[in-house]
Design a protein. Structure first.
Length: 407
């Protein structure tokens, strides 16, 4: 495993972590047993390296050859994993732009997307297990007439629509059969926030030019590594114990500018999996060094209700030297390393618990490792807290109220 996980600065004694490794191991056994509902994601990286990978790569080739733009319609786990990866990772030259719709209800954003559809050869990919999610359904209904107008008929538009949905049920599956859309499947036993290694995440990434083969290999290697098992358990245990000590917030701190949307993916993963029954750390994101000049004051001297997790990329894929001035002779990457060391030293001096997660470099292989590591860490923390990591009953609250108003 290329990831390095440092939990020694959490203020938790190693003996406390070791005391809970047995419980964390039981949680891992449950995840891998195949008997727990909604745990199909656990073996997805290895399982999907074969037939699904080749099917997705072939489909991505067709889309890139025929289109100048892919519009992905989805919300939550149906778009966050793909968008985060597309923003974070280097692309092949043959990738095309991917625009996301259906993840908000902003009229101006809808109109901007429609203008792009009018002016570029477009394929639409709608992602939803049921097809009934209001934001996704709305965006799809809005975009279909423009596709029909652009290509001359509904039949020609349908040739350029791809549905990633449930294999057998739901309104989107029924429409796909009726209209003849090309389809890919979201497995029944994988929820949206754990679906990044399914077609829902892989197809948009592949179209953008990301090396999804390397990403799956990194995730599969992470899953198979005993070293990773121990690191994931220790991070999960540290998060669990810090909650019991009264910490309420986890600042997820990105020490790389391209990891901003990765933080959004992580907020859903942790928040939706753990925020139940009055518990769970509140996940919120910062970008360093930018936010050290705004939130740095609070971190140093504000209410001590939080822990920090720093995501650090040790070796930039490209480096730039500083030619003159006080830092002449150094590189920008060196200054970033010094910044991370300074944050850890200053915050530990006032007893802030800090976990460091280091990647050697930000490429598809290590990013795959990182995503899989965090999915499992999250599931273990939730299980230690005795909540179900794979449901989201609280999300239905606003939906129920919205349906009342719409009715």
């Amino acid at each position: 495993m290329k990831l390095t996980i440092k939990t020694q600065n959490t203020g938790i004694a190693q003996s406390e972590i070791e005391a809970l490794r047995g419980d964390a191991g039981k949680a891992l056994d449950r995840l891998w047993s195949g008997r727990e509902p909604m745990t199909g994601w656990v073996q997805a990286p290895s399982k999907n390296k074969g037939e699904l990978l080749e099917k997705v790569l072939a489909m991505a080739d067709v889309i890139r050859n025929e289109a100048e733009l892919l519009v992905v319609i989805g919300i939550g786990g149906s778009y966050l994993g793909a968008k985060a990866a597309i923003e974070a990772l280097p692309k092949y030259e043959r990738g095309i732009p991917v625009r996301f719709l259906g993840n908000n209800l902003c009229s101006e954003y809808f109109l901007e997307t429609i203008e792009e559809v009018k002016n570029k050869k477009t394929v639409v990919c709608v992602i939803s297990k049921s097809g009934n999610t209001m934001e996704v359904q709305t965006a799809f209904e809005v975009i279909k007439p423009y596709m029909a107008e652009k290509y001359g008929s509904q039949e020609e538009a349908a040739r350029r629509i791809l549905a990633i949905t449930d294999a057998e049920k739901g309104s989107l599956r029924a429409e796909a059969i009726e209209k003849g859309y090309t389809t890919l499947e979201i497995p029944d036993d994988i929820g949206g926030r754990y679906s990044v290694f399914t077609a829902a995440g892989l197809l948009p990434m592949a179209v953008s030019g990301i090396d999804i083969r390397a990403m799956l290999e990194g995730a599969a290697e992470c899953a198979a590594s005993p070293e990773w098992d121990l690191a994931a358990a220790d991070y999960a245990i540290a998060r669990f114990l810090l909650q019991k000590q009264g910490k309420e917030v986890e600042f997820l701190e990105m020490c790389h500018s391209r990891l901003g949307y990765f933080g959004e993916w992580l907020k859903q993963l942790f928040g939706e999996s753990e925020g139940k029954e009055g518990g769970g750390l509140l996940p919120t994101t910062l970008t360093f060094s930018t936010d050290l000049h705004s939130m740095g004051q609070y971190l140093q001297q504000g209410r001590q209700i939080f822990m920090e997790t720093l995501f650090v990329v040790d070796n930039p894929l490209k480096e730039i030297p500083i030619p003159s001035g006080p830092q002449a002779g150094r590189t920008v990457g060196e200054l970033s390393d010094i910044m991370v060391q300074s944050v850890v030293a200053a915050h530990r001096a006032v007893d802030i618990p800090i976990v460091e997660i280091h990647m050697e470099k930000l490429d598809a292989y290590e990013y795959g490792e990182l995503l899989y590591f965090l999915e499992t860490t999250c599931a273990i923390t939730a299980m230690l807290s005795r909540v179900n990591p794979f449901d989201q009953p609280g999300v239905e609250g606003y939906k129920a109220e919205m349906h009342k108003l719409l009715d």
